[in-house]
Every structure is written in C-alpha cells, then in structure tokens.
Design a protein around this ligand. Structure first.
Ligand code: ADP
Length: 471
C-alpha cells in the first residue's frame, strides 16, 4: 500500500483542523483555570495526553527483562511463542513492511501475543504491558495479516480513546502495510464526514468509540456483523471516561460471537480487569510486569541551600565542577521553572523548558529537540517524570524535592525523576536541593523508603566535587 493509496476517505484538511482546535482549547483551558505561575494544577497530563506524549516521543522499545505471564483459556493447547517474524508465516509483503520499520525480531510481549492473535481458529486475548513494549505494533500486524484484501468491506475494527491516539495507530498501520497495496484503512474520527448511504470499502477501520458507534448504528457505513477482528486499545484510558466505557459496550454488543476480540492496556487495576472481562469473552491473558526502576546505577546526593538564589548558585557550581552530558532539572512550580530557565540562559546555558501549559504536540517537540542535543539542560515541572529516555542524561537535579498533597515525600515521583539518568547501563548522578527543615525531613523520608543513605555534597568545594564525580 503506497502512502497515498490509502483511501483515508478523510479530507486531510478536515483531519488536521480538529487537531489544531484541540491545541487551542487546551491552551485556553490552561489560561483560564490556572493562575499564571502557580505551577501545580495540570502539570501532570491526563492519561490520554500522557499516553499520546509517550507515543510521540518514543523511538524504540522499552527495555523489559521480566518474564511474560501467559494464562491460556485452554491449558491443554500448546503454548506457542515465536522468536522471529518468519516463524509467523506472514505474507511476504507484510514481512517486508515489518522489516522496513527496523524491527528485527518480535518484542517480549509480541513473542507470545502474535501467535495467539494469528491463531486459527481465532483466540480472544487480553494483553497488558506498559507503554512502549510493542502492543500497537502487534495488533497492527495482526489486523493487516487478518484481512482478506479481496473483500471490500470492513473486517477489522479498532477503537482507541482519542482522536490523536487513533491517528497514531493509523500511522503504524500505514507504515507496516506500505507493501500491501490492496489493504485500505479508514478513520472513524470526528470531522471525517461521509455521505449518507456510503458503505465503507476499507478493510480496516480505526476510530474513537462515539464515531464508530455512529458509523455502525446510526449511519450504517459499517456492518458490525461482518467484523471478524475487534481491537480495543488503551482500555485503561478508555474507562477513564464514562461515555467511552458505555460506547465500547454498545459497539461490542453489535459484534457477532465469532468475532475475535483483543484488548490492550498499559495498566491493570481492578477496574480495567472488570471492564476487560465484560468485553472479552473466554480470554487468553498475557501480562508483562513493568520492570522496576533501579537506583543501582545512580549516585545520589543532597545539597543544603538557604533559599532559591542559593540553589541557583549551587547549581552553577555543580555545573562548573563536573562534566555533564545532559541534565534534567525538576522544579515544583512553573514559576520557578521559568525563572530558572531565564537565569540559566543568562549564564550562557542552552536550556529547554517543559511545563504544563504546553499542549502535547509542543511538549513532544521540546523533548525531541532535547533528545537531539539542541539543548543540554531541560528544566521541567512534573510533566516528564516518566517516559523520557535520553541516553545522554548524566545528571538529574531536584531543584525542589517532590512532595505529595499532604506534604510528605512523593517517593514514586522521586524514583521516576532520578530514573531519567543512569539508563542504558551508564552511571548517572542525582542531586537534590534542600532549603528548609521540611525539605530535610522529606529527604530523610526518601532515604528511609529506599533504604539508602544520601550523602551531603558541597558544590562550592572543588576538591570534593573532583573526588565524587571525576574519580
Ligand atoms: P506500545 O503500543 O506497547 O506502547 P509500540 O507498539 O508503540 O508499543 O512500540 C513502542 C516502540 O517500539 C515503537 O517505536 C515501535 O516502532 C517499536 N517497536 C515495536 N515493536 C518492535 C520490534 N519488534 N522491534 C523493534 N522495535 C519495535
């Protein structure tokens, strides 16, 4: 399928317009709800935005060495897993598509999920693994492999919680299917208007629940009885919206009992599990537990400062004293982040600022520039405490220590923040600034929680800096 042979049936302009609208609404919302500079509200993006950001910035698989847990519906049936894409006996043009994406071998979750998704007779599947482990690639491949291109009607239906996430999946399918000229894809998303009486000819339809429901029931563009593979992606994000949850059930009820049902989720709380079991009858279950972040490759310190100005001096000394490839500095409020950015720039540093008022697309662009080394320092609030994998990050600074709403240490956030360094087997450093008794208390809580002593550092002492960092 050549890129432009995709019968998107979407006027590209129309498809773009809502994306811009999304951006504007977001900015407006931020401006009206948040007192400039107060920092806190909205700095952690919602689940859909978080997921989109991860997808936009990710370039490779997330490393996960855990064993995949497989729970088979029929324990007597053999458990297949594949070590190569050839083992799947894909159509050559699809195999070419997979290799053209630079995939050499199936990811951990794909090793088990792909044979199950391609099995005959079909098997239902619930698969849970953290973002970045290859779920989207897996079900995209399954859909492309499943369809019969000679049949000009929708056979695979995939629902995703948001317009932007649906487009992301579509891009993967387009890329992977680029050598399958007869397979076509349609987007059932807002803004994509169709003439009444149209019968979709594309074999794969991907969309958001509301529009998909309309296309199946109200307009009858899609005959749900002819759908033989149904994919529900990001179930955890889906159920965060009550409307989506109900729409998903309603779509599900239109499908036949022979339709193969696949559900994916990055997390697996009870609520997701309850939903999944309702949507997926007789499921096989695959789980890949998140690999715990480790502190082993990170040297942690704290620095005592009297006030914010002092913290800035300490930071400059730190910079002067050690060789830093790239650094991430976490601040509590947007105001501090902005102030720090300006002052670091005055000192001649190249600094990127990432904070909550940016739309997802803008955040992704900032992270991309930083990843490409355009800036050496990234100053941020909490927007990226998880998910940034930049190999060159050798220093993480907690300009402010993370606290929960009760004023206690937020250990999880601390771990995610400092886990931005020391990745890919490299040594990393994490330095926390403490400017009050309360801050000291938080630091002690962190030490106790992780059962590690965090030594004090004096960045104004060159000999000490030399000893700790450059030896
Ligand atoms: P998820 O849906 O679990 O978030 P994705 O399918 O989006 O994960 O994959 C995450 C990243 O890894 C993407 O950049 C994707 O292109 C890449 N990827 C997926 N499968 C493989 C593979 N088998 N080999 C190499 N890279 C892969």
């Amino acid at each position: 399928m050549s890129e432009d042979s995709w019968a998107l049936s979407v006027d590209q302009q129309e498809a773009k317009a809502p994306a811009l609208k999304h951006l504007n609404t977001k900015q407006k919302k931020t401006n009206s709800n948040v007192v400039p500079g107060d920092g806190e509200p909205g700095d952690e993006p919602g689940p859909a935005d978080q997921s989109l950001l991860h997808k936009m910035i990710r370039r490779s698989l997330v490393r996960n060495r855990n064993e995949v847990e497989v729970l088979q519906r029929d324990p007597n049936s053999p458990l297949y897993s594949v070590k190569s894409f050839e083992d799947l006996r894909l159509k050559p043009e699809l195999l070419n598509g997979v290799y053209s994406m630079g995939f050499n071998r199936p990811s951990r979750i794909q090793e088990n999920a792909l044979p199950m998704m391609l099995a005959q007779p079909p098997l239902n599947l619930i698969a849970q693994a953290q973002s970045g482990t290859g779920k989207t690639a897996a079900f995209s491949l399954a859909m492309l492999s499943h369809v019969d291109p000679a049949n000009k009607w929708p056979q695979c239906l995939c629902i995703s919680p948001t317009y932007e996430l649906a487009l992301q999946i579509g891009q993967v399918i387009e890329q992977m299917g680029k050598f399958c000229p007869d397979v076509e894809l349609a987007y059932a998303i807002r803004g994509n208007r169709m003439e009444r009486g149209t019968k979709l000819q594309q074999q794969i339809v991907i969309g958001t629940p509301g529009t998909v429901l309309d296309w199946c029931m109200k307009y009858k563009f899609i005959d749900p009885k002819k759908i033989t593979m149904f994919v529900l992606d990001e179930a955890d994000v889906m159920i965060a919206t009550q409307g989506h949850r109900d729409q998903s059930f309603r779509i599900h009820r239109q499908l036949t009992k022979d339709c193969q049902m696949l559900l994916f989720s990055a997390t697996f709380e009870e609520s997701v599990w309850g939903f999944a079991k309702k949507v997926i009858p007789d499921p096989n279950i695959i789980r890949l537990k998140r690999e715990e972040e480790t502190l082993d490759t990170i040297k942690q310190y704290y620095v005592v400062c009297k006030e914010e100005e002092d913290k800035f001096t300490a930071l400059c000394n730190l910079y002067g004293g050690i060789t830093i490839a790239q650094a991430i500095i976490f601040c509590r409020t947007r105001k501090t982040a902005a102030w720090l950015t300006v002052n670091l720039m005055k000192e001649g540093h190249q600094v990127a600022l990432l904070s909550g008022e940016l739309a997802v697309e803008q955040r992704a662009a900032v992270i991309e520039r930083y990843r490409n080394g355009k800036e050496k320092v990234l100053v941020t609030t909490n927007v990226c405490s998880r998910g940034i994998d930049v190999e060159q990050v050798s220093l993480v600074v907690n300009f402010d220590l993370p606290e929960d709403i009760d004023g206690n240490a937020d250990n999880e956030t601390y771990l995610h923040r400092i886990g931005r360094t020391g990745r890919f087997g490299k040594r990393g450093y994490a330095v926390s600034m403490v400017d009050s008794e309360h801050g000291m208390d938080i630091l002690h809580q962190i030490e106790t929680h992780f059962n590690r002593r965090i030594p004090k550092l004096d960045p104004s002492d060159p000999a000490e800096m030399e000893k700790e960092f450059n030896s």
